[in-house]
Design a protein around this ligand. Sequence first.
Ligand SMILES: Nc1nc2c(c(=O)[nH]1)N(C=O)[C@@H](CNc1ccc(C(=O)N[C@@H](CCC(=O)O)C(=O)O)cc1)CN2
Ligand SMILES: Nc1ncnc2c1ncn2[C@@H]1O[C@H](COP(=O)(O)OP(=O)(O)OP(=O)(O)O)[C@@H](O)[C@H]1O
Length: 217
Amino acid sequence: MSDKTGRKGELRSAALKRRSMMDPARCARAGRDLADRLRCLMAPEDRGSARGGEGPTVALFCSLPGEISMQACLTSVFSRGGRVMVPKMGSGGQVGWGLMKSPEDLNDMHSPGGWRPKEPAGPTLGAQSLESAGLILVPALAIDPCGYRLGRGGGWYDRALLHRGPNSLAVGICWEEEAVSCNLPREAHDLPVDAIATPSSFTLTAAGRARRTDVGS
Ligand SMILES: Nc1nc2c(c(=O)[nH]1)N(C=O)[C@@H](CNc1ccc(C(=O)N[C@@H](CCC(=O)O)C(=O)O)cc1)CN2
Ligand SMILES: Nc1ncnc2c1ncn2[C@@H]1O[C@H](COP(=O)(O)OP(=O)(O)OP(=O)(O)O)[C@@H](O)[C@H]1O
């Protein structure tokens, strides 16, 4: 699926190689640190994400090997009475979302194919359903100070983020060394994130500052 040529392809291959050596225990620990860091962003009153007092809707992702674990973030959303949306690609690469409302939904996950992330059972919501998420956590292999990210090369999040709500906050999630200081190669379809969260930092990007979000760096 991913293009292995060109500058993006080279950077992607290097990041995936580095991640292939990642200890799963480190991914789990980093996930807990990340959830602590993001806790205040998950409050229902934040980012216009409350649904009549029902708690926030947070879009996150089912982590692949080498990614920071999302388990603790998921638990944190549920403990606030919130609900979670995760990518649901189905058999192709289409943009869709699966809904998870309680920790029990974790018992009903399936793997659509070898390398694909797990997905919850139940209906696939359309791309436009992302509008209901106040907080959107976006996986990345690298993110630059402007907010432009390097993903896995399917353009999935570039297509997904077209449907984000106007008051939503998109936070790119990567390891410390992947929050790079120089600009990444950028194409017309690339959409930036508002902030970068690593297990030990939270930084507003130039795109986030331009959107005049009200979270400090
Ligand atoms: N956890 C997680 N979920 C996510 C993403 C992600 O980066 N992380 N995505 C971010 O976009 C989308 C899925 N995109 C993906 C694209 C490529 C591969 C991947 O591993 N590709 C392999 C094999 C390709 C193949 O066999 O066709 C590769 O490129 O080598 C995984 C997910 C949506 N869900
Ligand atoms: N809005 C879009 N509409 C149609 N195709 C798109 C769109 N955005 C990206 N693509 C397609 O996806 C391909 C891969 O894009 P890119 O290399 O930027 O992916 P990525 O951001 O690394 O991956 P991802 O977003 O899945 O993490 C592009 O070459 C383009 O063909």
